[in-house]
Write a protein that binds this ligand. Structure first.
Ligand code: NAG
Ligand code: NAG
Ligand code: NAG
Ligand code: NAG
Ligand code: NAG
Length: 414
């Protein structure tokens, strides 16, 4: 125990020294007092003697538990008076000597780690908006003998969010969008672009621009519009070129504006004029009559005959033109004198009469003839033989017919 004491802290050792000194003193004083009191208690005169009985004392009890579970405590043991001394027997020891006290030390007390109080909070790291601030504490004394250990290093600092005041936030506006498509594909149109508020102003920051400054409009032109050629209306038709008969009349139009920028091109020159035939009235056409033919051969080769000439209508009069001459003035006849005939004419007998060519009215009687005569002006036609005799059909002009009739009738009457 003493050897251990060497290693003990100074104050423990000192405490123990004090206790030992005090105990020693206490024991000394009580023994002195006990001796004095024995002297006083001794009877002054012993007149009769009885058998002295000495004081009887028990054995010491076992040591009690140490008063402290750690560091310095004390423990005691007692003994007690079993029988008081009588008749001059040995007296009992002083009360104090019935009890023994001693120092006991089971182990050193555990010492908890000692930590300082927290410091005050540091200044906020940000003058506006969320910042941080911290406070610290430090280890004053490490733990000992299994006391509570010190906190981890990071538990010696505490941090928290602090806000002195809200920061000003300026209004935030987006960039302009790209320009929209031009409203017109050619010539002048317009197009727009927009922007919008990304973030409203806060806590006195710069406020957003006026509402009408979020859209911009500008004039745009992709290309010139094509301009079609412009042509005037047709003029009215001109007067007919001919006062009668087929003529022509025309109408015109002109180019008012040439095409531009790929518009429809102008019509050809020829398509600017139109011509059509016209006729106000039909023209008068006079009758056109040919010249006279040459005179025909004389009807007789001797003596007096006749001969003819004629003309014909080339074109009839039209539309009020001079009309053609009368029918009879289209033919002329004259007598012609040949040399004298050398002899009389000798005629055959007449055949019988043919049937009349007309069943009623004026007809012509035709006879067949044996010798016949040639009449150059008569148109002769031969018919197929129906009555065993050749037939001569005379087709006569009215004038010829006259001449023939007189001739035939003369012969017939004969
Ligand atoms: C050490 O800490 C424990 C737990 O907090 C406590 O019960 C005990 O009394 C403390 N000891 C001292 C000496 O302070
Ligand atoms: C500031 O802190 C508060 C509370 O901690 C939080 O709600 C807020 O979003 C923070 N503001 C910023 C700007 O970080
Ligand atoms: C030009 O002519 C075309 C074809 O006739 C027509 O579709 C277009 O509208 C015209 N343009 C103008 C500007 O008149
Ligand atoms: C006049 O015109 C009409 C119709 O176009 C035609 O039939 C006729 O022959 C023409 N007349 C003359 C004299 O050209
Ligand atoms: C009459 O007809 C002839 C022959 O076709 C011609 O030569 C002549 O010019 C015409 N005369 C008139 C006045 O039309």
């Amino acid at each position: 125990m003493v050897a251990e004491a060497q290693n003990e802290p100074h104050d423990v050792r000192w405490k123990r020294k004090c206790l030992i000194t005090l105990l020693t003193l206490f024991i000394g004083v009580t023994s002195v007092i006990a001796m004095v009191s024995v002297d006083i208690a001794k009877p002054s005169s012993l007149t009769f003697l009885r058998k002295p009985v000495s004081c009887e004392i028990s054995e010491w009890s076992t040591w009690s538990k140490c008063s402290q579970s750690c560091d310095i405590g004390n423990q005691q043991r007692q003994r007690y008076v079993v029988k008081e001394a009588q008749h001059g027997g040995l007296s009992c020891p002083e009360q104090d000597s019935l009890k023994l006290v001693r120092i006991c030390n089971q182990m050193d007390c555990p010492v908890n780690c000692t930590v300082s109080d927290w410091s005050s909070w540091s200044e906020c790291s940000q003058s506006c908006g969320n910042g941080t601030q911290e406070r610290r504490r430090h280890i004053v004394k490490e733990n000992q003998h299994g006391g509570l250990s010190c906190p981890e290093n990071n538990a010696l600092t505490e941090m928290r969010i602090c806000t002195l005041m809200d920061c000003q936030v300026d209004c935030e506006v987006s960039d302009w969008s790209s320009w929209s498509k031009c409203s017109q594909s050619c010539d002048i149109g317009n197009q727009q672009r927009q922007r919008y508020v990304v973030k409203e102003a806060q806590h006195g920051g710069l406020s957003c621009p006026e509402q009408d400054s979020f859209e911009e409009i500008r004039i745009c032109k992709q290309m010139d519009c094509p301009v079609n050629c412009t042509v005037s209306d047709w003029s009215s038709w001109s007067q007919c070129s001919q006062s009668c008969g087929n003529g022509t009349q025309e109408r015109r139009r002109h180019i008012v504006k040439e095409n531009q920028h790929g518009g429809l091109s102008c019509p050809q020159k020829s398509a600017l004029e139109e011509i059509k035939t016209c006729k106000l009235i039909d023209c008068q056409v006079d009758c056109n009559v040919s010249g006279w033919s040459t005179w025909s051969k004389c009807s007789h080769s001797c003596d007096i005959g006749n001969q003819k000439r004629q003309r014909h209508v080339i074109k009839e009069a039209q539309h009020g033109g001079l009309s053609c001459p009368e029918e009879q003035s289209m033919k002329e006849m004259r007598t012609c004198t040949m040399m004298d005939c050398p002899m009389d004419c000798e005629m055959s007998e007449w055949s019988s009469w043919s049937t009349c060519s007309q069943s009623c009215g004026d007809g012509v009687n035709i006879c067949n003839e044996r010798d016949g005569f040639v009449e150059s002006d008569v148109y002769l036609k031969e018919f197929p033989d129906t009555q065993n005799v050749p037939l001569l059909l005379a087709v006569l002009t009215p004038m010829d017919s006259q001449w023939f009739r007189s001739k035939f009738q003369t012969n017939a009457n004969r």
